[in-house]
Design a binder for this molecule. Structure first.
Ligand code: P6P
Length: 333
Protein backbone atom coordinates (compact mmCIF):
# COMPACT_ATOMS: atom_id res chain seq x y z
CA UNK A 1 0.00 0.00 0.00
CA UNK A 2 1.36 3.48 -0.87
CA UNK A 3 2.62 5.14 2.31
CA UNK A 4 0.15 7.79 3.45
CA UNK A 5 1.28 9.99 6.31
CA UNK A 6 -1.01 11.44 8.97
CA UNK A 7 -0.50 14.89 7.42
CA UNK A 8 -1.50 13.70 3.93
CA UNK A 9 -4.53 11.87 5.38
CA UNK A 10 -5.68 15.01 7.20
CA UNK A 11 -5.07 17.28 4.20
CA UNK A 12 -7.14 14.92 2.05
CA UNK A 13 -9.93 14.89 4.67
CA UNK A 14 -9.83 18.69 4.77
CA UNK A 15 -9.91 18.89 0.97
CA UNK A 16 -12.55 16.28 0.25
CA UNK A 17 -15.25 16.76 2.80
CA UNK A 18 -14.27 19.83 4.73
CA UNK A 19 -14.97 17.75 7.79
CA UNK A 20 -11.95 19.32 9.34
CA UNK A 21 -10.69 22.88 9.43
CA UNK A 22 -7.04 23.85 9.11
CA UNK A 23 -7.07 24.58 12.85
CA UNK A 24 -8.41 21.13 13.70
CA UNK A 25 -5.81 19.59 11.38
CA UNK A 26 -3.11 21.49 13.28
CA UNK A 27 -4.59 20.39 16.62
CA UNK A 28 -4.53 16.72 15.66
CA UNK A 29 -0.98 16.93 14.29
CA UNK A 30 0.22 18.64 17.49
CA UNK A 31 -1.42 16.01 19.69
CA UNK A 32 0.06 13.25 17.50
CA UNK A 33 3.52 14.82 17.85
CA UNK A 34 3.11 14.98 21.64
CA UNK A 35 2.15 11.28 21.65
CA UNK A 36 5.43 10.55 19.82
CA UNK A 37 7.28 12.30 22.64
CA UNK A 38 5.35 10.38 25.28
CA UNK A 39 6.02 7.12 23.43
CA UNK A 40 9.74 7.91 23.42
CA UNK A 41 9.68 8.51 27.21
CA UNK A 42 7.56 5.45 27.96
CA UNK A 43 9.92 3.33 25.88
CA UNK A 44 12.87 4.27 28.08
CA UNK A 45 11.19 2.83 31.19
CA UNK A 46 13.49 2.68 34.18
CA UNK A 47 16.42 3.77 31.96
CA UNK A 48 14.94 7.23 31.51
CA UNK A 49 14.69 10.21 33.83
CA UNK A 50 10.95 9.84 33.52
CA UNK A 51 10.79 7.01 36.04
CA UNK A 52 13.59 8.50 38.06
CA UNK A 53 13.41 8.24 41.82
CA UNK A 54 12.12 11.16 43.94
CA UNK A 55 15.68 12.37 44.60
CA UNK A 56 16.31 13.42 40.99
CA UNK A 57 15.39 16.88 39.71
CA UNK A 58 13.83 17.78 36.32
CA UNK A 59 14.75 20.86 34.32
CA UNK A 60 12.40 23.09 36.31
CA UNK A 61 14.31 22.16 39.42
CA UNK A 62 11.25 20.32 40.75
CA UNK A 63 11.46 16.90 42.29
CA UNK A 64 11.09 14.30 39.48
CA UNK A 65 7.41 13.57 38.85
CA UNK A 66 5.61 10.37 37.82
CA UNK A 67 5.29 9.55 34.13
CA UNK A 68 1.59 10.36 33.94
CA UNK A 69 2.17 13.89 35.27
CA UNK A 70 5.08 14.45 32.85
CA UNK A 71 2.93 13.11 29.99
CA UNK A 72 0.39 15.73 31.02
CA UNK A 73 3.06 18.44 30.82
CA UNK A 74 4.14 17.23 27.37
CA UNK A 75 0.55 17.64 26.10
CA UNK A 76 0.07 21.05 27.77
CA UNK A 77 3.34 22.49 26.43
CA UNK A 78 2.76 21.09 22.93
CA UNK A 79 -0.71 22.62 22.67
CA UNK A 80 -0.37 26.03 24.36
CA UNK A 81 1.23 28.09 21.60
CA UNK A 82 -0.51 26.94 18.40
CA UNK A 83 -3.53 29.26 18.54
CA UNK A 84 -5.94 26.36 17.94
CA UNK A 85 -7.25 25.93 21.49
CA UNK A 86 -9.33 27.98 23.93
CA UNK A 87 -8.53 25.67 26.84
CA UNK A 88 -7.54 22.17 27.89
CA UNK A 89 -8.72 19.73 30.58
CA UNK A 90 -6.98 16.62 31.84
CA UNK A 91 -7.47 13.75 34.25
CA UNK A 92 -4.32 15.03 35.97
CA UNK A 93 -5.68 18.53 36.65
CA UNK A 94 -8.57 19.42 38.96
CA UNK A 95 -9.52 22.53 36.98
CA UNK A 96 -9.36 23.53 33.31
CA UNK A 97 -6.13 24.91 31.83
CA UNK A 98 -6.75 28.17 29.89
CA UNK A 99 -4.34 29.19 27.13
CA UNK A 100 -1.74 31.61 28.60
CA UNK A 101 -2.36 35.25 27.66
CA UNK A 102 0.91 35.41 25.69
CA UNK A 103 -0.62 33.07 23.08
CA UNK A 104 -3.69 33.54 20.81
CA UNK A 105 -6.83 31.60 21.67
CA UNK A 106 -8.46 29.23 19.19
CA UNK A 107 -11.91 27.70 18.74
CA UNK A 108 -11.35 24.19 20.16
CA UNK A 109 -11.36 22.56 23.58
CA UNK A 110 -9.01 19.59 24.15
CA UNK A 111 -9.49 16.99 26.90
CA UNK A 112 -7.17 14.10 27.61
CA UNK A 113 -6.11 11.30 29.86
CA UNK A 114 -2.39 11.74 29.25
CA UNK A 115 -1.32 8.27 30.29
CA UNK A 116 -4.17 5.85 30.86
CA UNK A 117 -3.31 2.64 32.65
CA UNK A 118 -0.06 4.08 33.96
CA UNK A 119 0.07 1.47 36.75
CA UNK A 120 0.96 -0.97 33.95
CA UNK A 121 4.14 0.90 33.00
CA UNK A 122 5.96 -0.67 35.99
CA UNK A 123 5.28 -4.14 34.55
CA UNK A 124 5.86 -3.21 30.89
CA UNK A 125 2.26 -3.66 29.76
CA UNK A 126 0.72 -1.49 26.99
CA UNK A 127 -0.65 1.90 28.08
CA UNK A 128 -2.01 4.86 26.17
CA UNK A 129 -3.10 8.46 25.75
CA UNK A 130 -6.79 9.23 25.12
CA UNK A 131 -8.02 12.57 23.75
CA UNK A 132 -11.29 14.28 22.86
CA UNK A 133 -11.93 17.52 20.94
CA UNK A 134 -14.92 19.84 21.28
CA UNK A 135 -15.66 23.25 19.77
CA UNK A 136 -15.71 26.08 22.27
CA UNK A 137 -19.22 27.57 22.56
CA UNK A 138 -19.74 30.67 20.36
CA UNK A 139 -19.13 33.93 22.20
CA UNK A 140 -17.82 32.05 25.19
CA UNK A 141 -15.36 34.74 26.27
CA UNK A 142 -12.99 33.47 28.94
CA UNK A 143 -13.16 29.64 28.95
CA UNK A 144 -14.64 27.97 32.01
CA UNK A 145 -15.54 24.44 33.07
CA UNK A 146 -19.10 24.88 31.85
CA UNK A 147 -17.81 25.24 28.25
CA UNK A 148 -16.53 21.64 28.43
CA UNK A 149 -19.80 20.15 29.69
CA UNK A 150 -21.09 19.13 26.26
CA UNK A 151 -22.47 15.69 25.38
CA UNK A 152 -20.14 13.34 23.50
CA UNK A 153 -22.19 13.76 20.32
CA UNK A 154 -20.61 17.24 20.09
CA UNK A 155 -17.07 15.86 19.75
CA UNK A 156 -15.44 16.90 16.46
CA UNK A 157 -12.55 14.43 16.87
CA UNK A 158 -11.42 11.69 19.23
CA UNK A 159 -8.48 9.33 19.36
CA UNK A 160 -5.94 7.41 21.34
CA UNK A 161 -2.31 6.44 21.12
CA UNK A 162 -1.39 2.95 22.32
CA UNK A 163 2.21 2.45 23.50
CA UNK A 164 2.72 -1.27 22.98
CA UNK A 165 5.00 -3.45 20.83
CA UNK A 166 4.11 -0.88 18.18
CA UNK A 167 3.09 2.68 18.90
CA UNK A 168 -0.21 3.33 17.13
CA UNK A 169 -2.58 6.27 16.80
CA UNK A 170 -6.29 5.60 16.26
CA UNK A 171 -8.29 8.62 15.09
CA UNK A 172 -11.80 9.62 14.08
CA UNK A 173 -13.08 13.01 12.91
CA UNK A 174 -16.60 11.66 12.42
CA UNK A 175 -15.91 9.99 9.05
CA UNK A 176 -14.84 6.52 10.16
CA UNK A 177 -11.83 5.27 12.13
CA UNK A 178 -8.26 5.12 10.83
CA UNK A 179 -5.10 3.74 12.44
CA UNK A 180 -1.54 5.01 12.03
CA UNK A 181 1.65 3.20 13.03
CA UNK A 182 4.67 5.18 14.22
CA UNK A 183 7.68 4.71 11.93
CA UNK A 184 10.31 5.24 14.59
CA UNK A 185 13.17 5.61 12.10
CA UNK A 186 11.41 8.38 10.18
CA UNK A 187 9.53 9.72 13.22
CA UNK A 188 6.30 9.79 11.18
CA UNK A 189 2.82 8.35 11.56
CA UNK A 190 1.93 6.06 8.63
CA UNK A 191 -1.64 5.04 7.74
CA UNK A 192 -1.81 1.25 8.29
CA UNK A 193 -5.53 0.52 8.75
CA UNK A 194 -8.33 2.38 6.92
CA UNK A 195 -11.97 2.52 8.04
CA UNK A 196 -11.72 0.01 10.92
CA UNK A 197 -14.91 -1.98 11.62
CA UNK A 198 -15.87 -3.87 14.79
CA UNK A 199 -17.58 -7.26 14.17
CA UNK A 200 -21.18 -7.10 15.44
CA UNK A 201 -20.82 -10.42 17.27
CA UNK A 202 -18.03 -11.75 19.44
CA UNK A 203 -16.92 -14.58 21.70
CA UNK A 204 -14.65 -12.43 23.87
CA UNK A 205 -15.51 -10.26 26.86
CA UNK A 206 -13.38 -7.92 28.97
CA UNK A 207 -14.21 -7.15 32.60
CA UNK A 208 -12.44 -7.20 35.97
CA UNK A 209 -14.02 -10.40 37.37
CA UNK A 210 -12.71 -9.73 40.88
CA UNK A 211 -15.51 -7.19 41.31
CA UNK A 212 -18.24 -9.70 40.41
CA UNK A 213 -19.90 -9.80 43.83
CA UNK A 214 -20.42 -6.00 43.61
CA UNK A 215 -22.16 -5.92 40.21
CA UNK A 216 -25.84 -5.15 39.79
CA UNK A 217 -28.13 -8.01 38.65
CA UNK A 218 -28.17 -7.29 34.86
CA UNK A 219 -24.38 -7.55 34.64
CA UNK A 220 -24.35 -10.67 36.86
CA UNK A 221 -26.88 -12.31 34.51
CA UNK A 222 -25.06 -11.26 31.34
CA UNK A 223 -21.64 -12.51 32.51
CA UNK A 224 -23.04 -15.70 34.09
CA UNK A 225 -24.67 -16.60 30.75
CA UNK A 226 -21.33 -16.20 28.96
CA UNK A 227 -19.51 -18.24 31.66
CA UNK A 228 -22.11 -21.01 31.15
CA UNK A 229 -20.91 -21.27 27.55
CA UNK A 230 -22.36 -24.02 25.33
CA UNK A 231 -24.33 -25.47 28.27
CA UNK A 232 -26.11 -22.18 28.93
CA UNK A 233 -28.62 -19.97 27.10
CA UNK A 234 -25.97 -18.49 24.81
CA UNK A 235 -25.15 -21.94 23.46
CA UNK A 236 -21.56 -20.96 22.68
CA UNK A 237 -18.33 -20.72 24.63
CA UNK A 238 -16.75 -17.34 25.38
CA UNK A 239 -13.18 -16.25 26.12
CA UNK A 240 -12.08 -13.52 28.51
CA UNK A 241 -9.35 -10.90 28.27
CA UNK A 242 -8.62 -8.11 30.80
CA UNK A 243 -5.45 -6.07 30.32
CA UNK A 244 -6.53 -3.41 32.85
CA UNK A 245 -5.47 -0.79 30.33
CA UNK A 246 -8.54 0.60 28.58
CA UNK A 247 -6.60 1.69 25.49
CA UNK A 248 -5.15 -1.82 25.01
CA UNK A 249 -8.50 -3.56 25.62
CA UNK A 250 -10.34 -1.19 23.25
CA UNK A 251 -7.62 -1.58 20.59
CA UNK A 252 -8.07 -5.36 20.66
CA UNK A 253 -11.84 -4.97 20.35
CA UNK A 254 -11.45 -2.52 17.46
CA UNK A 255 -9.34 -5.13 15.67
CA UNK A 256 -11.19 -8.39 16.40
CA UNK A 257 -14.42 -7.57 18.25
CA UNK A 258 -15.36 -8.07 21.88
CA UNK A 259 -17.21 -6.28 24.65
CA UNK A 260 -15.48 -4.10 27.26
CA UNK A 261 -17.30 -3.52 30.54
CA UNK A 262 -16.59 -1.36 33.58
CA UNK A 263 -19.97 -1.40 35.35
CA UNK A 264 -21.20 0.54 38.34
CA UNK A 265 -20.90 -1.45 41.52
CA UNK A 266 -22.99 -1.60 44.66
CA UNK A 267 -20.19 -0.55 46.98
CA UNK A 268 -20.65 3.13 46.14
CA UNK A 269 -24.03 4.10 44.60
CA UNK A 270 -22.80 7.70 44.27
CA UNK A 271 -19.86 6.68 42.09
CA UNK A 272 -21.14 4.93 38.94
CA UNK A 273 -18.05 2.92 38.06
CA UNK A 274 -14.41 3.89 37.68
CA UNK A 275 -14.04 5.40 34.21
CA UNK A 276 -14.36 9.10 33.44
CA UNK A 277 -16.93 10.37 30.96
CA UNK A 278 -15.21 13.35 29.35
CA UNK A 279 -11.78 11.95 28.45
CA UNK A 280 -12.15 8.17 28.60
CA UNK A 281 -15.71 7.03 27.87
CA UNK A 282 -16.74 9.74 25.39
CA UNK A 283 -13.72 9.56 23.05
CA UNK A 284 -13.76 5.74 23.12
CA UNK A 285 -17.53 5.75 22.52
CA UNK A 286 -17.12 7.99 19.46
CA UNK A 287 -14.40 5.74 18.05
CA UNK A 288 -16.40 2.56 18.71
CA UNK A 289 -19.62 3.92 17.18
CA UNK A 290 -17.72 5.24 14.15
CA UNK A 291 -16.39 1.69 13.69
CA UNK A 292 -19.89 0.17 13.74
CA UNK A 293 -19.92 -0.78 17.41
CA UNK A 294 -22.04 0.49 20.31
CA UNK A 295 -21.30 2.20 23.62
CA UNK A 296 -23.80 2.61 26.49
CA UNK A 297 -23.84 3.24 30.22
CA UNK A 298 -26.30 0.36 30.59
CA UNK A 299 -29.27 2.60 29.90
CA UNK A 300 -28.51 4.78 26.88
CA UNK A 301 -25.77 5.94 24.50
CA UNK A 302 -22.77 7.26 26.38
CA UNK A 303 -22.48 10.00 23.76
CA UNK A 304 -25.89 11.41 24.71
CA UNK A 305 -25.09 11.88 28.40
CA UNK A 306 -25.22 15.57 29.32
CA UNK A 307 -22.25 16.09 31.66
CA UNK A 308 -22.63 17.97 34.93
CA UNK A 309 -19.04 17.71 36.21
CA UNK A 310 -15.69 17.71 34.41
CA UNK A 311 -14.43 14.56 36.13
CA UNK A 312 -17.67 12.66 36.46
CA UNK A 313 -17.56 8.86 36.19
CA UNK A 314 -19.84 6.64 34.13
CA UNK A 315 -20.51 2.90 33.73
CA UNK A 316 -19.13 1.68 30.39
CA UNK A 317 -20.31 -1.13 28.07
CA UNK A 318 -18.73 -0.84 24.59
CA UNK A 319 -17.70 -2.91 21.60
CA UNK A 320 -19.52 -5.45 19.39
CA UNK A 321 -22.95 -4.00 18.72
CA UNK A 322 -25.08 -7.10 19.35
CA UNK A 323 -23.42 -7.80 22.72
CA UNK A 324 -23.68 -4.21 23.94
CA UNK A 325 -27.35 -4.17 22.93
CA UNK A 326 -27.94 -7.42 24.81
CA UNK A 327 -26.35 -6.31 28.12
CA UNK A 328 -28.16 -2.96 27.80
CA UNK A 329 -31.48 -4.75 27.23
CA UNK A 330 -30.86 -6.74 30.44
CA UNK A 331 -30.69 -3.40 32.27
CA UNK A 332 -34.15 -2.54 30.94
CA UNK A 333 -35.66 -5.94 31.84
P1 P6P B 1 -9.01 -2.17 37.36
C1 P6P B 1 -6.55 2.08 34.28
O1 P6P B 1 -6.29 2.43 35.63
C2 P6P B 1 -8.04 2.25 34.05
O2 P6P B 1 -8.41 3.58 34.23
C3 P6P B 1 -8.42 1.77 32.65
O3 P6P B 1 -7.42 2.01 31.74
C4 P6P B 1 -8.65 0.27 32.87
O4 P6P B 1 -9.57 -0.28 31.96
C5 P6P B 1 -9.21 0.22 34.30
O5 P6P B 1 -8.76 1.42 34.96
C6 P6P B 1 -8.68 -0.97 35.05
O6 P6P B 1 -9.34 -0.99 36.30
O7 P6P B 1 -10.09 -2.02 38.41
O8 P6P B 1 -9.10 -3.48 36.62
O9 P6P B 1 -7.62 -1.88 37.86
Amino acid sequence: MKRVSLTQHLVEQQRHNNAITAELRLLIEVVARACKTISHSVGKGALGDILGSAETENIQGEVQKKLDVISNEILLEANEWGGHLAAMASEEMETIHPIPNRYPMGEYLLMFDPLDGSSNIDVNVSIGTIFSVLKAPEGMGAPNEQAFLQPGTQQVAAGYAVYGPQTMLVLTTGKGVNCFTLDREMGSWVLTQRDMRIPEDTKEFAINMSNKRHWHAPVQRYVDEMLAGKTGPREKDFNMRWIASMVADVHRILNRGGIFMYPADMRDPSSPGKLRLMYEANPMAMIVEQAGGAATDGNGRILEIVPHKLHQRVPVFLGSKNEVERVTAYHQA
